[in-house]
Design a protein around this ligand. Structure first.
Ligand SMILES: Cc1cc2nc3c(=O)[nH]c(=O)nc-3n(C[C@H](O)[C@H](O)[C@H](O)COP(=O)(O)OP(=O)(O)OC[C@H]3O[C@@H](n4cnc5c(N)ncnc54)[C@H](O)[C@@H]3O)c2cc1C
Length: 373
């Protein structure tokens, strides 16, 4: 049986290695020139080419081919490669991930970037010019902004929502985090405003905001979300909504084609997170070797974020009744519904991480026990 996998991210790479270790013949096609690397560690390596290079695995498996897939032909069960050759598959797995949203590319100005791939990180590293503006105050935007500021660049984060990390934490927590970040030299955060346009001669020089402000900007990093990469699936007529629709075995509308990771949508959800990539890869590896394990979306995906020495952690969901307490930079919010803890936000509260993990989805007698600090 020929298994063909498209994409060498964590979903495709994990699946290929599991199948290979089971003795299944696999061919994985990657459109990236470099060997497999940890995408989530790219921000912490910005500005340091040696550190970036050390992210890539040294020896790559022989089943990985650095050639892009440009089309899927379902009738002949083949994929067409960028070099013009075709490869037959019995089962095909689409693991093409997602692409960052990009704005202002029609301006033709230099100095505008997104960070998704190793190649992006190298380009940014080789071309960082202050002042830097980061569009998006989510996890990726804020992390990149802090890393770039550590490289002695002046950075302004522009966040459309009214506070940073709004998907993970509440407004009070976000204010503590923002304040902590802005204690850094040459670090600013502007919320509740959108980027309207860019101006410059050859390179970006100004970022114009919807509130009328004009920011000096010689490098613009856009971290405003991603869109699942579905063009190959669309081209061969698979069912697509936000992403490629899959069933509980990660099969698409064609039973011989699976989709996993960021490019797949299960029950109207495509969260774009690493645990989903690993978990869907595991389901498909098992399905191909004959074990029918049903995909169960990872439930609580805890978030950890480090703003200098301030640890930010969030668990579960922000719903139900909120009980909170703040002592200087330490803040906790516990969300209780039907007597059960459904979510928790911990800022500067490392010692309560085990408590939050242990309490999630459990009944709580006395909320004061949780807020005991
Ligand atoms: C900087 C950054 C930090 C992140 N941090 C976190 C985090 O802390 N926690 C978390 O849970 N998630 C995080 N994420 C998200 C996480 O990286 C993704 O959810 C995960 O990488 C998805 O894996 P994937 O294999 O589905 O897709 P991807 O990792 O996107 O890999 C898809 C691969 O397919 C390739 N490809 C696409 N089209 C083709 C084609 N036609 N032919 C051949 N190859 C193709 C792409 O180039 C890419 O290499 C982060 C993402 C980024 C960019």
């Amino acid at each position: 049986m020929n298994i063909v996998i498209i994409g060498n991210g964590p979903a495709g790479n994990t699946l290929a290695s599991k199948l290979d270790s089971e003795g299944v013949k696999v061919d994985l096609y990657s459109n990236e020139e470099v060997n497999f690397y940890s995408r989530i560690r790219l921000p912490s390596c910005l500005g340091d080419l040696d550190k970036l290079n050390s992210l890539c695995v040294k020896n790559e498996q022989s089943y990985i081919h650095h050639e892009a897939v440009v089309a899927i032909h379902r009738q002949s069960k083949t994929v067409l490669l960028a070099d013009g050759t075709s490869k037959h598959y019995d089962k095909l797995v689409i693991a093409t991930g997602s692409n960052p949203l990009i704005f202002f590319n029609q301006s033709g100005l230099e100095g505008i970037y997104t960070l998704r791939s190793f190649h992006d990180a190298v380009k940014i590293t080789n071309d960082l010019v202050s002042p830097v503006c980061v569009l998006g105050g989510g996890l990726l935007g804020l992390e990149c902004a802090l890393e770039i500021n550590k490289l002695n660049h002046s950075v302004t984060v522009v966040q459309g929502d009214s506070y940073v990390l709004n998907k993970q934490i509440n407004e009070t927590a976000a204010n503590i985090v923002s304040q902590k970040c802005m204690e850094r030299d040459n670090f600013n955060i502007i919320c509740s405003t959108l980027a309207k346009s860019v101006e410059g001669d050859k390179r970006v020089e100004k970022l114009i905001l919807s509130n009328g402000d004009i920011l000096a900007c010689n490098t613009l990093l856009i971290a405003a979300g991603v869109r699942p990469s579905t063009s190959l699936a669309k081209g061969c007529g698979l069912d697509i909504s936000k992403a490629i629709k899959i069933n509980q075995y990660c099969q698409t509308s064609d039973k011989d084609i699976y989709a996993i990771g960021d490019c797949a949508e299960y029950n109207n959800e495509c969260p774009g997170l690493l645990p989903v990539a690993l978990s869907t890869a595991n389901v498909v590896a098992n399905h191909i070797i004959g074990n029918k394990i049903e995909y169960v979306p990872p439930k609580q995906l805890p978030t950890r974020f480090q703003a200098d020495d301030l640890l930010v952690a969030s668990f579960g969901e922000m719903r139900g009744k909120c009980y909170s307490k703040q002592v200087e930079e330490r803040y906790e919010a516990w969300y209780i519904e039907d007597k059960k803890v459904v979510g928790a936000i911990l800022i500067g509260s490392k010692s309560h991480l085990p408590l939050a993990k242990a309490s999630l989805n459990k009944e709580v007698e006395d909320v004061n026990v949780l807020l005991d600090f």
